[in-house]
Design a protein. Structure first.
Length: 405
């Protein structure tokens, strides 16, 4: 990701400047368009050395965390519901916050509003707020129901936060188990096997080929731990770096939809994320075409982004999007059929909510089953490796005893 400084016109033809993160210049331009802006000038920010002013500024723009934004959304909604004006609500939040970075953010926001900018315009100048967030706030401002809209956003954020926490929690134990197993194997190879090497050397017997290779591997790891670590972590690190490039990311997204087990998780996750976003936007007065456009930015897989952009264009041409989304077979058939029913009955938002609920439950069930399967597989693999080492050593010792006897 790189930083781009931009100048763009909003819907009131007011020139706005800012900085955003994007893969390249084209991606930055698309992000601005999704935010309802017309790019005038986009320039890549030069990278600066550590401790330089540029790095300090970048850190200053990225110092708020997701929890801070969730807290901000909940608190500003509650304060506005209690009857306070937006300016007063921001002032209260600033005075009662113990975090300097949050105080600075709220103060800047209040200053922008005093300068005549709307709440949605002020928020759009920060990278913490997605196009969906900005559009719902704008709809709340135009309809005079901003507190209710902020409550909807808070609910949306809570739903995805719960799903993210569920995935992380389900992954902790298998990853911990794998880490412990790897540490145990490394200790076995670097601490215990060298002692057997001394024993075998004193016996003067030739070791079997597989045992000699095992001893040589253990000796190499013990003598060059950094080299062994580099060989172990180098290929995965290189692969991750490649997948972070635009070409690599596109390749990864394509392959993730072709591998059977992974493809099921990607489809369920993207279906939940996209249809939940469309539900929230449509139910809050955002036009379906704009909801599709924003959802393309929410999608994590580039194949889904392309499909949603095609569906947006099809909708503008007067076509139904349910059939368009079903053509590519990226979404489950049930999801596209329910969406088509929602289009016919005029209940797109309601149907999208039902689709998101169904596939969120399906995703959680898949994660639960996978973790239940992965745990014994990890235990079995670790036991096989450790067992192979132990049995190899015992077989040599027994053979030496037989010869001595």
């Amino acid at each position: 990701m790189a930083s781009f400084k931009y100048s763009a016109l909003d819907h009131d033809n007011v020139l706005r400047n800012g900085i955003l993160e994007a893969i390249d210049r084209d991606s930055a331009a698309k992000t601005l368009v999704r935010q309802g802006l017309r790019p005038v000038d986009i320039r890549r920010q030069p990278q600066t050395a550590a401790g330089g002013l540029g790095l300090k500024f970048r850190f200053g723009r990225q110092k708020l965390k997701r929890n801070d934004i969730d807290f901000f959304t909940n608190q500003i909604g509650l304060l506005l519901k209690s009857g306070l004006s937006l300016d007063a609500a921001l002032r209260v939040m600033k005075n009662h916050s113990a975090k300097p970075e949050f105080q600075e953010f709220v103060a800047e926001l209040g200053q922008k509003i005093k300068e005549g900018k709307s709440f949605s315009q002020a928020l759009s100048e920060y990278p913490y707020f997605s196009p969906m967030y900005i559009n719902i706030v704008r709809a709340g401002e135009e309809g005079g129901i901003l507190p209710a809209m902020l409550s909807r956003i808070a609910g949306y954020q809570a739903t995805f936060q719960e799903l993210s926490q569920y995935i992380i929690s389900a992954s902790i134990y298998p990853l911990f188990l794998l880490a412990v197993g790897l540490v145990a194997i490394v200790i076995l190879l670097t601490t215990i096997l060298p002692r057997f090497e001394i024993l075998f050397a004193g016996m003067g017997q030739q070791l079997p080929g597989h045992v000699a290779m095992l001893m040589a591997t253990a000796k190499t790891i013990g003598a060059h731990p950094l080299l062994a670590l580099l060989l172990l972590t180098g290929p995965p690190a290189a692969l991750i770096c490649y997948f972070k490039t635009p070409e690599g990311r596109e390749r990864f997204d394509y392959l993730s939809l072709k591998i059977p087990v992974i493809a099921g998780f990607v489809r369920s996750l993207e279906t939940t994320r996209i249809f939940r976003t469309i539900e929230v936007l449509v139910n809050n007065g955002v036009h379906l075409a704009m909801a599709l456009k924003i959802s393309s930015g929410v999608a994590g897989n580039i194949e889904y982004r392309r499909l949603l952009n095609q569906a947006t264009q099809a909708l503008k041409e007067g076509k139904r999007i349910g059939g368009k989304l079903g053509e590519a077979r990226l979404f489950p058939e049930l999801a596209t059929e329910l969406l088509a029913i929602g289009e016919e009955s005029g209940r797109v938002g309601e149907m999208c909510g039902q689709i998101a609920d169904h596939f969120e439950g399906e995703l959680k069930l898949k994660i639960k089953r996978l973790t239940a399967l992965v745990e014994p597989i990890f235990i079995l693999l670790i036991a096989l490796v450790a067992g192979y080492v132990v049995i190899s050593m015992l077989s040599v010792i027994l053979s030496i005893n037989d010869i001595a006897g």
